[in-house]
Design a protein around this ligand. Structure first.
Ligand code: HEM
Length: 176
């Protein structure tokens, strides 16, 4: 009986680490994120096989957004904007049509290329997790390439209304 218990213990100590490892490689846990914080918005990103994975958070119960490569303020930026309301996570692919306004890509003949992974609103902080293709082939998205440097803009608002003005906004450069 004692020998059987010992054998089972030995078996589980070999198998448990194996299953934990197998699980990790199948999940997104193997992504290595880089991080930038400005204007109280934290932008974390990781690239894997043609896809950009993003984890975006700000101290708000309203909208949070990130944009790539604007030409003037928000104009021509490839924007991803979203919010959490109850159990619903809304994340949309937008384009900066003017220095201070943006619209969904789908409203101007483009495509919605964002994949919603998850979102949360906890203790006054909204976190959005999503992915976008590095090259969606949509004219209203920026083609991104690993190793290149890009201007990134971030902002958050206090309402679940993506057309509302920001509380804070900022920008920085990243090397993908
Ligand atoms: C409809 C919604 C929005 C309106 C009405 C708006 C309006 C404005 C206005 C009036 C300014 C100049 C004044 C200031 O600095 O506050 C500005 C600047 C800025 N906005 Fe927005 N904005 C909107 C959404 C966004 C979004 C979604 C982002 C980013 C992801 C963003 C990023 C910025 C940045 C980075 C600046 C500074 C630009 C610079 O100094 O070159 N805005 N916005």
């Amino acid at each position: 009986m004692k020998r059987l218990a010992l054998l089972m213990l030995l078996f589980s100590s070999i198998l448990v680490p194996f299953f934990t490892f197998a699980q990790d490689t199948n999940s997104t846990n193997d992504l290595v994120y880089q991080k930038k914080t400005t204007a109280r918005v934290t932008f974390k990103w990781a690239v894997k096989e043609g896809t950009l994975f993003v984890n975006l958070s700000a101290p708000t119960t309203g909208w949070v957004a990130v944009g790539f490569e604007p030409t003037m303020m928000m104009k021509n930026a490839d924007l991803i904007i979203g919010y959490v309301t109850g159990s619903e996570v809304v994340i949309e692919d937008h384009f900066g049509v003017r220095p201070t306004s943006h619209v969904p890509d789908v409203d101007i003949g483009g495509t919605n290329d964002v994949t919603v992974l998850s979102g949360s609103e906890e203790n006054g902080t909204t976190t959005l997790r999503f992915s976008i293709p590095l090259d969606s082939m949509d004219t209203f998205d920026r083609k991104l390439e690993k190793g290149e440097t890009y201007k990134v803009i971030v902002a958050y608002g206090k309402r679940d209304d993506v057309a509302s003005y920001h509380v804070k906004r900022g920008s920085f450069k990243i090397k993908l």
